[in-house]
Write a protein that binds this ligand. Structure first.
Ligand SMILES: C[S@@+](CC[C@H](N)C(=O)[O-])C[C@H]1O[C@@H](n2cnc3c(N)ncnc32)[C@H](O)[C@@H]1O
Length: 475
């Protein structure tokens, strides 16, 4: 009886104490932790890293999760490359051997059976090993009780030795700083970055968001199947493409008639006018998610057309910053400003007036507070003039809790921050617009003040860096 109790306890402990290893891509480093946290939150799980967790490392050890949790993260993530059940790790080969010998044999046994096939991969971060060096490292693992046969093409189980040589390419050590060994569980969705590249997309514009960042935004937003997702500044719908891939129903608005109707001048080189069927719906069709398309409307985000109520599970957007075009909204003939020169709505120019960045963010958060479901998320980009940035500049709202705020550096003095907020309170009478417009909005007040600073820096630095930033997708 007592023996049975101990056996059960030991089994339970080996399951709950089990550690997993995430191997992360070394780009978009700032966006990785909020992505993994959001994907865990979708499974009601907290992020529980090992005590020596280093956010910028390409390897994270996780506890308190199951293999199913890991599989569901890997089915969504574009920040993590692969996940492993960790069997051992250490600072040296000897430490690794000791750690592997301590790993419960009964946990290894199902994967080492005589009838099963396997292969061992060697992955090195910040160092390239020649073939013979890899073989030597695999041979050094011969103390593991593998009983099956090696099958390189299609093995039943894949194991991996992962070595971390630090992140300084000019100072690569002879021996790794840390080594890990584990059973491969699944790969992440990095392939989506290639398959959904805007270069091969049917309908694109000058400010189409790149595929990797669009998927990261959808993950930060915790978009899930059957959610209703809304992009108030939809443009060519790149964010809707990513959200529809995760099974959400998507809709959006844009002030630009030509963009919504897919007509007018093309953004592609060697093409003067947009061809037939160049529109957001056709983009979704290209990726097999047309059934997720609700609709897009020509509408000014500063004057919402929606009936009141919690209509959206997620609001995800890339507002106009006034870098490549001035921000605008519909207005009356009073206070009329001429539309910008690059405005291509030849026959459909609405009467437009300046739309200050501070107003865009006030309206956006106010809208989110009223139209998101409780617990729903808003994810948007905030342009930053780096010399003046401080955390309290990030717009706040009494009904929205800040979840994450990650920087994408664009130049020495400009960046944009991906802000994620969650609705945690229904708006009350007292949450008036006036209250929400706090002093922290001041950097974005005044006609296109961010734009002026941005260009003042660019004039000094010349056009080379400017075109680099444009390529990075800043409007
Ligand atoms: C940065 S772009 C969005 C790009 C989009 N994420 C994409 O992938 O194509 C901003 C969009 O906001 C639109 N816009 C500007 N002012 C607006 C307003 N007041 N209401 C709605 N849309 C507006 C612009 O026409 C532009 O398409």
């Amino acid at each position: 009886m007592r023996l049975q109790w101990y056996t059960n306890m030991a089994r339970r402990c080996s399951q709950t104490c089990r550690q997993y290893l995430l191997h992360l891509a070394h780009d978009n480093v700032d966006f990785r932790l909020p992505e993994i946290k959001a994907l865990l939150a979708l499974r009601d799980k907290a992020f529980n890293p090992a005590e020596d967790f280093v956010e910028r490392s390409p390897f994270w050890r996780l506890r308190g999760v199951s293999e199913d949790d890991l599989r569901s993260i890997m089915a969504r993530t574009v920040c993590a490359k692969s996940a492993f059940e960790l069997w051992g790790h250490g600072e040296t080969a000897q430490d690794l051997k000791k750690s592997l010998l301590e790993y419960p044999k009964e946990s290894m046994a199902p994967f080492l059976k005589i009838k099963s096939t396997y292969k061992i991969n060697v992955y090195t971060f910040n160092k390239t090993l020649v073939f013979q060096e890899r073989i030597k490292k695999i041979d050094a693992l011969d103390f593991l009780p593998f009983e099956g046969k090696v099958h390189l093409k299609d093995p039943d189980h894949i194991f991996c030795l992962l070595e971390d040589y630090g992140s300084d390419p000019n100072n690569i050590p002879e021996e790794p700083f840390h080594v890990y060994f584990g059973r491969w569980i699944a790969d992440g969705q990095r392939e989506l970055i290639r398959s959904h590249s805007v270069k091969k997309r049917h309908f694109i514009g000058n400010t189409s968001m790149d595929a990797g960042l669009s998927f990261i935004m959808a993950n930060h937003a915790k978009v899930k199947a059957e959610d209703i997702v809304y992009d108030p500044f939809v443009g060519t719908g790149s964010l809707l493409v990513a959200c529809s891939h995760f099974g959400a129903y998507v809709c959006g608005t844009d002030i630009d008639y030509n963009t919504i109707h897919g007509i007018g001048k093309a953004s592609r080189k060697n093409q003067k006018w947009r061809g037939p069927d160049e529109n957001i719906r056709a983009n979704l069709r290209q990726y097999g998610t047309e059934r997720q398309y609700v609709d897009v409307l020509v509408s000014d985000a500063s004057k919402p057309v929606w009936r009141t109520g919690s209509l959206f599970d997620v609001i995800i957007t890339d507002p106009p910053y006034g870098i490549r075009e001035s921000t605008r909204r519909t207005g009356s003939h009073k206070g009329l400003t001429k539309p910008p020169e690059d405005f291509c709505g030849e026959s459909h120019i609405p009467v437009s007036m300046a739309y200050h960045l501070s107003d865009i963010f006030t309206d956006l958060l106010h809208f989110a507070a009223h139209y998101l479901v409780m617990g729903g998320r808003i994810v948007y980009w905030l342009p930053i003039y780096r010399p003046e940035y401080s955390e309290d500049m990030v717009p706040q709202h009494p009904c929205l809790t800040l979840i994450s705020n990650c920087e994408q550096v664009l130049s020495s003095h400009t960046s944009r921050r991906l802000v994620t907020m969650e609705k945690t309170k229904e708006p009350e009478e007292s949450d008036t617009l006036a209250q929400q417009v706090e002093s922290r909005f001041s950097p974005y007040q005044g006609l296109n003040s961010f734009r002026e600073k941005y260009f003042s820096g660019i004039t000094k630095r010349g056009s080379k860096e400017q075109s680099k930033e444009a390529a990075n997708g800043v409007e």
